[in-house]
Structures are given as structure tokens and as C-alpha cells.
Design a protein around this ligand. Sequence first.
Ligand code: ADP
Length: 406
Amino acid sequence: MIKKNILVINCGSSSIKFSIINPINEKKILTGITKHLKNKIYLIKWKINNINYKKKINKINSNLEILKFIFTSIIIKNKKIFKNLFSIGHRIVHGGEHFSNSVIINDKVINSIKDSIKFAPLHNSEHLIGIYKSFKYFPNFIKKNIAVFDTAFHQSIPKKFFLYALPYNLYKKYKIRKYGAHGISHKFITLKTANILNKEIKNINIISCHLGNGCSISAIKNGKCIDTSMGLTPLEGLVMGTRCGDIDSSIIFYLYNFLGIKIDKINKILNNESGLLGISEISNDLKYIEKNYKNKKNFKLAIDIFCHRLSKYIGSYITLFNKNFDALVFTGGIGENSELIRELTINSLNILNFKIDKILNKNIYYKKSGIITKFNSRLALVIPSNEELIIAKDSYNIINNNKFIN
Ligand code: ADP
């Protein structure tokens, strides 16, 4: 039997997601996630061939120890799964300007990931732990670990769009610029839309809206990203669960100089206490806000601000295309499930000839994909994202000398 299964690791700051995927038939053989319960106690849940397992583990100090359990007790111990492993794909949030594609991990790649820690300190340092531990527990795969970057898809953004209007030296010397995030998801949406519309990737022109706890939107022209809403960090752009997105930067000086709020606290306000949570004053969970928006103060306001920001971005991104615009695509937990957010957003884009089809829109939720606009409208689609699949396919293709499967 030819080995082909890929172990996909997303070693994050608050959880570890792991899966084993066949990149050819796209089947998930194993999926799992860790959850921090309290103090040093973690819950690991995983599913193999549709059978659910869970285990509580105690006395855990860091991701290092959880990975040991995942690698040894879940993967290596399962001989049937382990013997079919082909390579290991790591999701890496920030690759700076170093990477515009996925790569085999070597010392140089590790140094570049380290160099980008400054832009994503919580994420990149945990990713490195994931890499070191997979080197340790899977020594036969050392040359078969692939880094797949969330920033890579955005490296095609032209300079006139990725530069801030700050002193140029800040870019030249410190690489302060827009990098974007969610690139793996936007890439998946690009490939999938091309597939659905039966077009070549190089001819695909879309606006991709990834709306989850984090939200970002990308303009993709001729199959390449040309602009995206997240910036140097994932704080810029759309309204998110707890992040404010775009604000006047002077607010920071006002909070600091006039209200005496410390810089760490301001950081916390903008990243953890704003967005849907900040406006609703109760929840960052769109599903909950949506359910109660008629009777809870500020819930409707949170939804209105969220949709206004989103349609403003769509309106500005559409000016980047000529006549050849294929589709507006929604993805992520909100994009895939919220009939209300899709309807409100599209209704405010009437002038651009987007017209919602209420029935089609209502019927798309939970991993369904399809059209949500009327036949005489510009096209809007919902496509469930599958970032793990991109990581698995890249990890397979690169080791196979880029004999491309998609
Ligand atoms: P993450 O960015 O953490 O991966 P997700 O993509 O899972 O987040 O999206 C989480 C968001 O999706 C939450 O705000 C959640 O309330 C929202 N969501 C999930 N299901 C629904 C639903 N059925 N209706 C409305 N919103 C939903």
C-alpha cells in the first residue's frame, strides 16, 4: 500500500487541533482538539472513523506535554494509522515576508519562523513547539515536515496595497506592513470556487469573506490575493468577536494620555474586549447575539456595525476588479451559518447589483455550500472552509515534488 496520509498539526496558543487526512480522497481519518478545563487540567477529544474518544489529563504545564500524549498515545499507538503516515503539515500563523508558499521545514525555515515571532508572539512560539516535538516523536519524518503559512497567500499583495502611509523607514528597517491572516482559508476558497465555477485558478476573481471569531476579507484577482483586511497583526479590518478591527489610531493616545489607561490594558481592550463583545456588552458569540437580538439592548447595534463594516470593505474591494468579477464568497462559522449576517450585508450592496434570494440563503447552513443570490444578481456563494485540507494537500504535493493534486 502507498502511504499517503498526512498528520496536520495546528499547535495554537489556546488549543491544539490535530487531524489525519487522506489528501487524495479528502477523507478525514482522525480529528482531535484539546481544551483547557482549569489549572493544569486539559480535555483531549478525538474521533477516529466516526468513533468519539476523550481523555482528561492532569498536571499539564504546557503544550509540550499534551503533544506527547497526542503523538504517542493517540497516533503512534494506533499501528493502522501510523503505518500509513506520509508526512506532517504544520499550520504557521506568521511567516513574515519570508514565505509565499508552503515549504519543507529545515533550520533556515525554523530561523525565519523565529524571526516572525515578533509579529505573532503567542502563535509562532507554540508552532515551534509543535515542530520540535514532531521531530522528536517522528524521527523518520524529519525531512517530511511541511510549514503551511497563513500569511503566504497574501504575499502576492502589491506594495502599494500592503504599505501603510507611515515613514518608509519603518518598513525598510522593521518590516512594518500589512501581512494579513487566514490565508490558508482564503486560498481554499479560491481553489474551491474555481472548481465549482469550472474555471482555471488563474482566471478566478472573487471577494472571500472569512467570518468566524476572527474575521477577514480578501480581494482575489486572477487567482492571486491583491488586498486583505487584516494588517501587521489580525487586529485590523472587520469587526470580530472580541477585536475592534479598524479604529482611528488616535483613540489609543486618548486612552493613554487622557484616561491614563496602561498600554497593556489598551492592548487587551482592543483585542479581547471589543468587537461584538464590546458593543453587545454581553457576548462575542454571534449565534447567541443573533438569537436574542430583538430583545437585548445593543445586540442589534452590534450586528448592524458588523455588517456595515463588512459591506464597506466589499464595496471598496469591488473597485479593484474590472468587468470580470466571479463571486462574493462567505465562509467561517458566521459566513457558513448566519443567514441574517449574509442577508443584511447583501441587502446593503444593492447598488452593486447583489440581490439576496431569501429561500436559497435560508437553506444554507452547517457545512452546506451553494448560491444565495437571485439569478439576475451578481453571484454570492457560501463555501465551508477546510484549512486542514490545504495543509494536507500542500504537505503531500511538496514531498511529491509538486506533482499537483487539487
Ligand atoms: P474561529 O475563528 O474560532 O475558528 P468559527 O469559524 O468557528 O471561529 O466561528 C465562530 C463564530 O461562528 C461564532 O461567533 C459563532 O457564534 C458563529 N456561529 C456558529 N454557528 C452559527 C450559527 N448557526 N448561526 C450564527 N452564527 C454561528
